[in-house]
Ligand binder design. Structure first.
Ligand code: TXD
Length: 310
């Protein structure tokens, strides 16, 4: 049985672990610094097995070494964004946590694929890649899957149509500078440009960009976790089952889209071994400029954390 380890058994981590268990796809280990918490949540999840028809093993631990023999490692450990707090403000606090976890991954699970979730997501993926020394294929960031799911949900809500028929793609860094691509959004193959006017598309794109903040402002004590946890689980499934889904993920670019040595959300084929291919879409000059701007923000973050990584 394949195994996924989730670092951080908080809201996003525990949701991701539970979705994975519900899909009966792999054994799951949650690791957290809070004593007893991952163990308690693991036991609770196992007890939902008989009701939800899954029998995989779910375990909890406070020991980083418990990530050994994992095929995929999801990193959600860190601090969540508070209302009014920018993702970049989280950077300093989370970089130490993610670097420590990355060292443990390098030591105990050197062949795993890392799915980074901790914010600021693209910069934390850079930290994990630098510290582990993994090839870029094995460090992918979760943001685009979530941002695209939000865009899909807003499109379906606007049109009063089934969300499962809606497909959409959001690229760029995970932040207010993300790049929704409405011209690639369809409802069962029908471009949304045929179904709503430009003003509605602009409104939904904007709501998508601010989708995380909208939920933070409502919850007041934390950030979103159902859709983020499920998005990370979706990426694990693509990797474990070699589904080769075309998904927007944050990966280190190597000249694609005219960008190099910077993590950025772009469409990739996700399957065994992680990122199998970066797919280069023909973007308009304006879209390309937006993507470049978004990537520059990430590059600034990468430069800020570099001194902490020596
Ligand atoms: O799209 C995305 N990438 C995101 C990212 C969407 C939603 C949330 N996003 C970020 O994920 C968020 O900004 C945070 O940086 C992480 C985790 O969010 P979550 O909402 O799950 O935060 P919690 O509930 O506070 O959980 C974090 C857990 C908590 O249980 C801590 O005890 C634990 O992380 N933690 C640690 N675990 C292991 N090791 C260390 N060092 C550690 N430090 C804290």
């Amino acid at each position: 049985m394949a195994r996924v380890t989730v670092f951080g058994a908080g809201n996003v981590g525990a949701t991701c672990a539970h979705v994975l268990a519900q899909r009966d796809m792999c054994d799951v280990t949650m690791i957290d610094v809070v004593e007893g918490m991952p163990q308690g949540k693991a036991l609770d999840m196992r007890q939902s097995g008989p009701l939800q028809d899954f029998g995989v093993e779910v375990a909890g631990s406070n020991d980083y070494a418990a990530c050994a023999v994992s095929d995929v490692i999801v990193v959600t450990a860190g601090l969540a964004r508070k209302p009014g707090m920018d993702r970049m403000e989280l950077l300093q606090k989370n970089v130490g946590i993610v670097a420590g976890i990355s060292k443990a991954i390098r030591e105990h699970a050197p062949k795993s694929v890392i799915v980074m979730v901790t914010n600021p997501l693209d910069v934390m993926a850079f930290v994990a890649k630098k510290v582990t020394g993994f090839p870029r294929e094995r460090v992918v960031g979760m943001a685009g899957v979530l941002d695209s799911a939000r865009f899909r949900a807003f499109i379906a809500m606007e049109l009063g149509m089934s969300v499962v028929d809606v497909s959409a793609m959001v690229l760029g860094g995970h932040g207010d500078s993300m790049v929704p691509l409405p011209r690639y959004a369809t409802v069962n193959g029908v471009p949304i440009t045929e179904l709503m006017d430009a003003a509605a598309i602009a409104r939904l794109s904007d709501r998508t960009r601010k989708g995380g903040a909208e939920i933070v402002n409502l919850l007041k004590t934390g950030s979103a976790y159902y859709a983020p946890g499920t998005s990370a689980a979706q990426m694990c499934e693509a990797i474990l089952k070699n589904r080769r889904h075309l998904l927007p993920c944050s990966v280190e670019l190597n000249g694609e889209y005219g960008l190099r040595d910077v993590f950025c959300g772009v469409p990739v084929v996700l399957g065994h071994g992680g990122m199998q291919k970066v797919v280069e879409l023909k973007l308009s000059a304006a879209e390309l400029a937006e993507l470049g701007k978004s990537a520059e923000g990430v590059r600034k973050g990468q430069e800020e954390v570099r001194p902490f990584l020596t």
